[in-house]
Design a protein around this ligand. Structure first.
Ligand code: XMP
Length: 327
């Protein structure tokens, strides 16, 4: 089967009307491709896999099974949102696997960034494969491949990794209903499908999740500090009208402590580093100029609400020389 390419003269999907026309056309194509057979999808909760899930639910209903693997490195509230939106609101056949302990046990004591990434990637495939093997009669694997993934892998910039590592007995035929779309078009299609704005406008989030924002060997308490401070940052950015305007923003909790003071007593705790950057292609990035009042609000909330933290720092480093993530 030849894989679909984006037609050269395809108009940009820049309105809900165009998105609806795309959806109608796709639903017919998906029904023709899939017929009465079954589809499996790894649903991360990211924009691409969420839009693919929503399209497939409309096209083939319960012939689709979604698997959401919680690797313990997701942001606060994310697994709950995936379950609420897909199982409860859209009625999807959703298997939710909380594999947090399994991932965190494997990662214990591992400080090297590339080894951490490899462990997370390999474990993810193992958990997904275990779930897939419990199911009978799957013919297709849904994937959230988008057009820039194809362009980048053709240009040799990025090895396109989606599902690449699945074992041989699980190499199903692919269903890639957003393959010819750019990211902004995927978002528009998601909106037209009625997905919540917080899901459609989600900022990029690395596959290894909060694991790369807890530099060095991950411990559960420091990871919790990353998750809680990230949740506060997202809340305050939303309140300040910056959500959806700043390209990517997050917190990092490095593995060192400094002296502080709380209630007249000496403390020895971690700092939280805030990073907020703008970019078009993630190859280079500039730093967002945050209002000082917002910084002060963040400092007071994070130091009051996040356990084990006594300082807050703002990273003013563009890319280059700093990468966006810390690992
Ligand atoms: P860097 O840190 O290389 O990040 O400047 C560029 C963009 O890529 C994201 N990123 C990742 N995404 N797996 C992913 O899926 C990864 O291992 C990974 N590392 C970085 C990062 O969040 C930023 O948007």
């Amino acid at each position: 089967m030849t894989l679909e390419s984006r037609p050269e003269n395809m108009p940009r999907i820049d309105s809900l009307e165009r998105a609806q026309a795309y959806i109608d056309e796709r639903l017919a194509l998906l029904r023709a491709q899939i017929g009465g057979r079954k589809v499996l999808l790894a649903l991360s909760g990211g924009v691409d896999s969420s839009v693919v899930a929503a399209l497939l639910i409309r096209a083939v209903g319960d012939q689709l099974t979604c698997v959401h693997v919680n690797h313990g490195l997701l942001r606060k509230g994310e697994p709950e949102q995936v379950v609420r939106v897909f199982r409860e609101e859209l009625g999807a056949n959703l298997i939710y696997v909380d594999a947090s302990d399994r991932f965190l046990d494997k990662l214990a004591g591992v400080a090297d960034p590339e080894r951490k990434r490899k462990i997370i990637g390999k474990e993810f495939i193992e958990v997904f494969a275990e779930e897939a093997r419990k199911l009978d009669g799957i013919s297709f694997l849904g994937q959230g491949t988008i057009w820039p993934d194809i362009l980048e892998s053709e240009a040799g910039i990025k090895a396109h990794h989606n599902a690449g590592g699945l074992p041989e007995d699980l190499r199903f035929e692919l269903v890639e209903p957003v393959r010819i779309l750019f990211k902004d078009e995927v978002r528009m299609v998601g909106r037209a499908l009625g997905l919540p704005e917080s899901m459609v406008e989600r900022q990029p989030f690395p596959g290894p999740g909060l694991g790369v924002r807890c530099p060095g060997a991950i411990t559960r308490d420091r990871l919790e500090a990353v998750r809680e401070s990230d949740a506060i940052l997202r809340e305050e950015f939303a309140a300040a009208g910056l959500a959806g305007k700043v390209w990517q923003y997050f917190t990092v909790v490095p593995d060192f402590k400094s002296t502080g003071i709380r209630d007249g007593r000496r403390t020895f705790e971690w700092p939280v580093i805030i990073r907020a950057i703008n970019t078009t292609d993630a190859m280079s990035a500039t730093v967002e100029e945050l209002p000082f009042a917002l910084m002060q609000k963040l400092v007071s909330r994070i130091t009051a609400e996040v356990k084990g933290v006594n300082r807050v720092l703002y990273d003013c480093t563009p890319k280059p020389t700093g990468t966006i993530e810390y690992e």
